[in-house]
Design a protein around this ligand. Structure first.
Ligand code: COA
Length: 191
């Protein structure tokens, strides 16, 4: 057993992140991408997420071997959505089923709550993706709907399953209208 250390992502993590995501793109349904992005593209995406003010975290063991990563990002871009984020979590095949995804997601939820986000949405690729649905259910996410046959990958149609978690005071109170949890929305231009 290993002790999981959770920390902010750094550029040096990108090779390992790219390798984990590559496996998920090539062999899984979580991502609807068909061609694995290279390290330069993954670095660019990571920097864009961080620049926008979202958390991007990694889990490493005590040898600093990267076991998985998680981040939040824009759910939809129009400004009224700005207290609502989407989550992503990917764990190395060899480290799955050992609590890494659960711990990373718990930390991501805590960070997003602290930043002022009120809702987190998970878009799960494929209604047969039991591991992801169970993980999110265990964290308190509930099912909010399904868009049937929205993807075609590995020779079959895939549903998109939506799950949601209320963060902090959720919809019980109005959000801080001056808060821009994702700095992306600082731009006050017409959307
Ligand atoms: C889904 C995924 C993130 C789960 O991460 P993980 O580290 O393997 O999960 P954990 O070990 O933390 O398990 C947490 C809970 O998830 C559920 N779970 C995880 N794997 C499961 C499986 N194969 N079957 C059923 N439930 C499973 C269980 O409820 C588990 O809690 P328990 O161990 O107390 O029963 C991981 O399998 C993964 O990276 N898959 C590929 C990418 C992906 O699907 N990402 C999600 C897209 S947003």
């Amino acid at each position: 057993m290993f002790e999981l250390i959770i920390r902010d992502v750094v550029a040096e993590d990108i090779a390992a992140i790219t390798a984990i995501y590559r496996e998920a793109v090539l062999h899984g349904t979580a991502s609807f991408e068909l061609d694995p992005p290279d390290e330069a593209e993954m670095l660019m995406r990571m920097e864009a997420i961080k620049d926008a003010g979202f958390p991007y975290i990694v889990g490493v063991d005590d040898n600093n071997t990267l076991l998985g990563y998680a981040y939040a990002s824009t759910f939809r871009g129009r400004p009224a959505y700005r207290w609502c984020c989407e989550n992503s979590v990917y764990i190395d095949d060899k480290a799955q089923g050992q609590g890494v995804g659960g711990q990373l997601m718990a930390e991501l939820i805590a960070r997003c709550t602290k930043l002022g986000f009120r809702q987190m949405i998970s878009v799960i690729g494929g209604a047969a993706h039991i591991a992801s649905m169970r993980l999110h259910e265990k964290l308190g996410f509930y099912h909010i709907g399904k868009m049937p046959a929205t993807g075609f990958k590995h020779g079959k149609w895939l549903d998109s399953v939506f799950m949601q978690l209320s963060l902090g005071e959720g919809a019980d109170t109005d959000p801080d209208l001056d808060a821009y949890p994702g700095t992306l929305y600082r731009q006050k231009t017409k959307p």
